[in-house]
Design a protein. Structure first.
Length: 178
């Protein structure tokens, strides 16, 4: 039986967190590492630990100390391109808590880890102040993602049906902060 500790990542967690994230982009998304999209995965310390109002949370398996799941938050809104321009205007950088890198290793799924991590990110966003909205985007084929996000927020754009040619195929969500 696994037990987990949810906590803010420390430098010693970054290798395990990076492995969880890289495994997800290769296994779940099939994109592999793309420098323009994944620079934060290679250098999570400068993206999530160093800047104020950013954070990286990890779920650590207490039986062996390994990182089982990750979730990050930063103050960068959705960039255009590749996102539709109106999303960048609606969720501007600095005022938007963007949820990122909510990934759970397959052998640790279906145990509520993603939900607990997201709750932690939303608590962080509320206490850090200055955030008007929480935003994220997800790929519909990401295991368990749509179901989780639909219970927590509302779809603001489904590129598959709302953007000519299907856009990049992602679904954009807003999660209430208050």
């Amino acid at each position: 039986m696994h037990g987990y500790r949810i906590r803010t990542a420390v430098p010693a967690d970054l290798g395990g967190a990076r492995a969880v994230m890289l495994d997800a982009v290769y296994r779940d998304f099939g994109t592999g590492y793309v420098p323009d999209w994944h620079a934060d995965i290679v250098d999570p310390e400068s993206f999530y630990l160093a800047p104020p109002r950013h954070t990286l949370l990890v779920a650590v398996d207490v039986s062996d100390g390994t990182v089982a799941a990750t979730a990050a938050l930063d103050a960068r809104g959705p960039a255009h391109p590749p996102n539709p321009p109106w999303l960048s205007e609606r969720y501007p950088s600095g005022a938007t808590a963007q949820l990122r890198r909510v990934y759970v290793r397959p052998e640790h799924r279906r145990r509520g880890l993603a939900r607990r991590l997201v709750d932690g990110l939303l608590d962080f966003a509320r206490t850090e102040g200055g955030y008007r909205a929480a935003y994220l985007h997800t790929y519909p084929h990401s295991p368990g993602a749509l179901g989780l996000w639909q219970t927590l927020g509302r779809v603001v754009c489904d590129e598959r049906t709302e953007v000519p040619g299907g856009g990049s195929g992602v679904v954009h969500f807003e999660i209430p902060l208050h």
